[in-house]
Write a protein that binds this ligand. Structure first.
Ligand code: RP5
Length: 168
C-alpha cells in the first residue's frame, strides 16, 4: 500500500493523542504513514520529508506538535500540499501550541484544529481527499450520517426520562 496521508508528530509522546487519527484512517480504509519528526530536534529531516512528500504521492499532511509548535508551519513552508496542524496539550493547557500553529503569517496557512483535535484533523484530511475520490466521499458521507443517528438515538433516550414538569 502507498500512503496518501502523512501523520507527523513532534515526539512519540504525542502518539496517545494521534492514535485517534490513525484509527479513523483505518476505518476509512485510507493508507497513511506515521513518522516522528521535530522542527527543532531534526530540522534537516523535516526539510527532507516536506520537500519530497508530494513526489511520493502524499496528498495531505497532518502535523501534531506541542509547546513551541513550529512543525506544521515549517512543513507548510516547504510544500504546496495542504497541512493540518494539531496543537498538542503539553504545557499552558495547549494554548502555546495552538497559537504557534494557528497564527501563521499570510502566505503559509496551516489549517488548525482544536487542542488535541486529532480526530477532526483526520476527518478534515479525509474530506480533502474525498474531493477527488468517490470511494472516500461515500465513506465520509456514511460517517457523517452515523453522527446524525447518534443524536436521533440520544433524543429517543431523553424522551424516556420522566420529570413532573418535563413536557416531552
Ligand atoms: C514537541 O514537544 C512534541 O511535539 C511534544 O508535544 C513536546 C514534548 O516532546 P517530548 O519532550 O515529550 O519528546 O516537540
Amino acid at each position: 500500500m502507498k500512503p496518501i496521508v502523512s501523520i507527523i508528530m513532534g515526539s512519540t509522546s504525542d502518539l496517545p493523542v494521534m492514535e485517534k487519527a490513525a484509527a479513523f484512517f483505518d476505518q476509512m480504509e485510507i493508507p497513511f504513514e506515521m513518522l516522528a519528526l521535530s522542527a527543532h530536534r531534526t530540522p534537516r529531516e523535516v526539510e527532507e520529508f516536506a520537500s519530497k512528500a508530494k513526489d511520493r504521492g502524499i496528498k495531505v499532511i497532518i502535523a501534531a506538535a506541542g509547546m513551541a509548535a513550529h512543525l506544521g508551519g515549517v512543513i507548510a513552508s516547504l510544500t504546496s500540499l495542504p497541512v493540518i496542524g494539531v496543537p498538542i496539550r503539553s504545557s499552558f493547557d495547549g494554548l502555546d501550541s495552538l497559537l504557534a500553529i494557528v497564527q501563521m503569517p499570510p502566505g503559509i496557512p496551516v489549517a488548525t484544529v482544536g487542542v488535541n483535535g486529532s480526530l477532526n484533523a483526520a476527518i478534515l484530511a479525509s474530506q480533502i481527499l474525498a474531493t477527488g475520490n468517490d470511494q472516500i466521499a461515500s465513506k465520509i458521507e456514511a460517517y457523517k450520517s452515523s453522527l446524525t443517528d447518534k443524536i436521533v438515538k440520544a433524543n429517543e433516550e431523553l424522551a424516556k426520562i420522566e420529570y413532573k414538569f418535563k413536557t416531552n
